[in-house]
Write a protein that binds this ligand. Structure first.
Ligand code: A3P
Length: 288
């Protein structure tokens, strides 16, 4: 994917075909927006929020792929958008762009986006519409490792991890720069911030917190069953969420739902890179 600088952020060049439509789109107060930097646990949160918002409709969840139930707003910019539409002709009948898909989705819409705050619909930015926003973030070192593995699947001439980590720190990766992205999502009354590490540590507590935010009661057996459905092992083998149908033929080891661990970066970072990365974090995290 060819990246271009759009108002300070690196995006796929095809974003220009939908950028204005996104800025001008109609937001609904009933919407739930999942906002995150890629590889922070977005898909996990999408399935979580969709399940809660749809009163734990397992039947639909297991029979319709997540990205049709929960549109990825700027998916139009990805290389395989047309292939995806062709793979699911019934679901994408009459759909032009991914913004179109979002517009035509029924309430409550659970919308995924990695776009920075100032490229989101104006109605959200001005506060004219106040949808619920779930903002997900993760240890940036794990984000970087996860992103490296993910991109390697698509890009051929891809260098080693250290080289990628430099590019990541320089902000020259899709949706970068990282800290500038993060700083757009300051606390707002209609926003809930969720850490990947907290989901990993105590999924049920985080599910209860999300339930409260979304106005749904979640406890007892229903909570246990939902936690099972959302476990790493269950999601990894669930074709409705693991993106195997969206991404096409992946080779072994190229799974979208890959390792799902906290602190995996330790096995990948050299001592030198670790020191450099930590300096970069220290210089930037206080600004946020
Ligand atoms: P890893 O590559 O570290 O395994 P996103 O959806 O934002 O692209 O995030 C992808 C990351 O979330 C991947 O991280 C993936 O494995 C992890 N993930 C997805 N579902 C998960 C789950 N149910 N439990 C834990 N991690 C999950």
């Amino acid at each position: 994917m060819k990246l271009i600088d759009v108002e300070g952020f690196m995006l796929g060049e095809k974003i220009l075909e939908v950028k204005d439509a996104i800025l001008e789109m109609e937001v609904r107060d009933s919407d739930i927006w999942i906002c995150s930097f890629p590889r922070s646990g977005t898909t996990w949160m999408q399935e979580t929020v969709w399940m809660i918002a749809n009163n734990l409709n397992y039947d639909k969840a297991n029979n319709e792929i997540l990205h049709i139930r929960s549109p990825f707003l700027e998916m139009h910019q990805v290389q395989n958008w047309n292939r995806i539409k062709a793979t699911f002709p019934d679901s994408f009948k009459g759909i032009g762009t991914s913004v179109d898909l979002t517009d035509k989705s029924s309430d409550p819409r659970v919308i995924k986006t990695h776009l920075p705050w100032h490229l989101l619909p104006k109605q959200m930015q001005t506060g004219e519409k106040k949808p619920k926003i779930v903002f997900v973030y993760r240890d940036v070192r794990d984000v970087c490792v996860s992103y490296y593995h993910h991109l390697k699947v698509f890009e051929n001439a891809f260098g080693g991890f250290d080289e990628y980590a430099e590019t990541f720190m320089q902000g020259k990766v899709l949706y970068g720069p990282y800290w500038e992205y993060l700083s757009g999502f300051e606390d707002r009354p209609n926003m809930l911030t969720v850490r990947y590490e907290d989901l990993r540590k105590d999924l049920k507590s985080e599910l209860s917190r999300l339930g409260k935010f979304l106005g749904k009661r979640l406890d007892g057996e229903a909570l246990d069953q939902l936690a099972d459905h959302l476990s790493f092992e269950a999601m990894k083998k669930n074709p409705a969420v693991n993106q195997e149908k969206l991404l096409g033929s992946l080779k072994p080891g190229q799974d979208f739902i890959r390792k799902g661990i906290v602190g995996g970066y330790r096995e990948v970072f050299s001592l030198e890179l670790n020191a450099k990365f930590n300096r970069w974090i220290a210089q930037n995290e206080n600004k946020n």
